[in-house]
Design a protein around this ligand. Structure first.
Ligand code: ZN
Length: 167
């Protein structure tokens, strides 16, 4: 339903806060995984660092330059990852992805999104969805250990219909 003014206000408040003062915004000296993500549509560029011990992410951080939404998303994501297993992280991302895209691909139930719920506001700005998911896709690439730069646009040239947007 539309008209949830409280959530919209919270969305702006939380995104501004995390966008200006991102948490875990640093290199992780003992990281054993990292990946770089790039969203050419907005210009967001982020490197996600993970310390993975066995099946669990014990620490997470990021660095880079991006718009308030990608920065806030990375900030809040790194807060949520610590102590989570790969399976828990997969389930969390599936729910987060559904929240901001409006799709229903995640299994019913699953983890509580908590503060990440504020990103439901992104649905009103479709061009920003990739800003919000960039850190998550980058984190997944880091977890997979690819060590490559991932792009939100497959094959770099993007589709001709999509014009670059400035955030
Ligand atoms: Zn962006």
């Amino acid at each position: 339903m539309n008209g949830n003014g409280d959530l919209r206000e919270l969305y702006q408040e939380v995104i501004l806060d995390h966008g200006k003062r991102p948490r875990n915004f640093r290199q992780l000296p003992d990281a054993n995984r990292h990946a770089e993500g790039y969203n050419p549509l907005c210009g967001d560029r982020e490197t996600v660092y993970l310390k993975v011990e066995g099946d669990v992410v014990s620490d997470a951080s990021f660095q880079g330059a991006g718009c308030a939404i990608s920065t806030a998303s990375a900030s809040m994501m790194t807060e949520r990852l610590k102590g989570k297993s790969r399976a828990e992280i997969e389930a969390l991302f599936a729910k987060f992805h559904d929240l901001i895209t409006g799709e229903k691909s995640a299994a019913p139930g699953g983890p509580d999104l908590g503060k990440l719920e504020v990103f439901s506001g992104v649905r009103e700005f479709p061009v920003r969805i990739k800003c919000a998911t960039l850190p998550w896709h980058t984190m997944k690439a880091a977890l997979a250990g690819d060590g490559e730069t991932i792009s939100t646009e497959d094959g770099a040239e993007a589709s001709p219909r999509e014009e670059p947007k400035v955030c």
